[in-house]
Design a protein around this ligand. Structure first.
Ligand code: UT7
Length: 323
């Protein structure tokens, strides 16, 4: 049976100019390079400066992804931007990207699912492609989390970074078998009862002031380790695959120890795991597309990979695709 599959044609990324090493944070709060490196695997992260914004970074990543794909903006049918730190309350970052690219057609909107945002956006884009609504979809993950971090809270301020990644998805007719290239399946979850473990209060609909990220790190860590290996197994099984078929794991980059524990549960050697947390920190919705872009030269056409993430909400999920 012939079906439409969403294939990644190209990727792009953009990072703020300034990279901040652990030592610089140790001069602001009571921490050390040694503690941050051992507990998180993070050595540095990029932090947006005055002239840099989520939409600006997303546009730069999108422009590069289109160029790599050999696709003109006029061919894009939809823009889906995953972010929790939009430049404005409205309109969406996606419409800013649309205007920035000079697009005069198609539709654009944002998806907010915090660190799982890129997987949610990718899954929505996949639905549009499979049902024939759109042939070419630009998906971005972009954040300036540094602007909602409490820079006096050592348990969170050392974790987060800013940046953007983008992919261009295009519809291809394929067989509908497990050897097809493109997105093969996904599983998305959320559980709003977990709100208090990770949130930033003070949205435009509340009476309170703009808040900062609050996290019960150890609890979030425990849930991430529990859920990530489970969701990877689920998307593999649903596609008719086993763990041994996996060429790459592309995890959300929150903490090296979470990633290592997930790989260990899956019996996966770390040379099959894409790691960027050491120089990006946790960039929320941007972390997976940034990792895809950075590792793309190592991927071979036909490689099977699973992308996975967990974040505030909680939201979590996994996407299986063949490169
Ligand atoms: O992307 C969304 C998902 N987010 C995550 O996945 C983050 C998940 N959580 C984590 O990555 C880890 O829990 C953290 C890195 C946030 C914390 O690591 P931990 O090993 O869970 O440490 P902890 O919170 O249990 O704290 C251990 C100790 C505490 O001191 P006491 O109470 O044992 O005396 C903290 O006060 O480490 C202390 N501590 C620090 N010390 C130096 C916390 N932050 C720091 C710091 N520098 N930056």
């Amino acid at each position: 049976m012939s079906i439409l599959r969403a294939r990644i044609l190209g990727t792009g990324s953009a990072l703020p100019e300034k990279s901040v090493a652990n030592a610089e944070l140790a001069s602001r709060v009571d921490t050390s390079d040694e503690w941050i490196t051992q507990r998180t695997g993070i050595r540095s992260r990029h932090i947006a400066g005055e002239g840099e914004s989520t939409a600006g970074l997303a546009l730069a990543a999108a422009t590069q992804a289109l160029k790599e794909s050999g696709i003109g903006a006029a061919q894009v049918d939809a823009v889906i931007a995953a972010t929790t730190t939009p430049d404005e309350i409205f309109p969406s970052v996606a419409t800013r990207i649309q205007a920035g690219l000079g697009m005069t057609r198609g539709f654009a909107f944002d998806v907010q699912a915090v660190c799982s945002g890129f997987l949610y956006a990718l899954t929505v884009a996949d639905q549009f492609i499979r049902n024939g609504t759109a042939r070419t979809v630009l998906v971005t993950g972009a954040e300036t989390l540094s602007r909602i971090v409490d820079w006096t809270d050592r348990s969170t301020c050392i974790l987060f970074g800013d940046g953007a990644g983008a992919v261009v998805l295009r519809a291809f007719e394929d067989e509908g078998s497990s050897s097809d290239r493109g997105i093969l399946g996904s599983r998305l979850y959320s559980d709003g009862r977990m709100h208090d473990l990770l949130y930033a209060a003070g949205g435009p609909g509340s009476a309170g002031p703009k808040g900062a990220i609050k996290m019960q790190g150890r609890e979030v860590f425990r849930h991430a380790v529990d859920e990530m290996a489970k969701v990877v197994d689920e998307v593999l099984t649903a596609g008719g695959f086993s763990r041994a078929d996996l060429d790459w794991l592309v995890p959300h980059q929150a903490n090296r120890r979470i990633i290592e524990a997930t790989a260990q549960k899956l019996g996966l050697s770390m040379d099959k795991v894409v790691l960027t947390v050491d120089h990006h920190g946790n960039t929320s919705a941007a972390s997976i597309p940034l990792a895809l872009h950075e590792a793309r030269a190592r991927f071979r056409p036909g490689d099977l990979m699973v992308l996975e993430a967990l974040g505030g909400g909680f939201t979590w999920g996994g996407v299986a695709l063949r490169w």
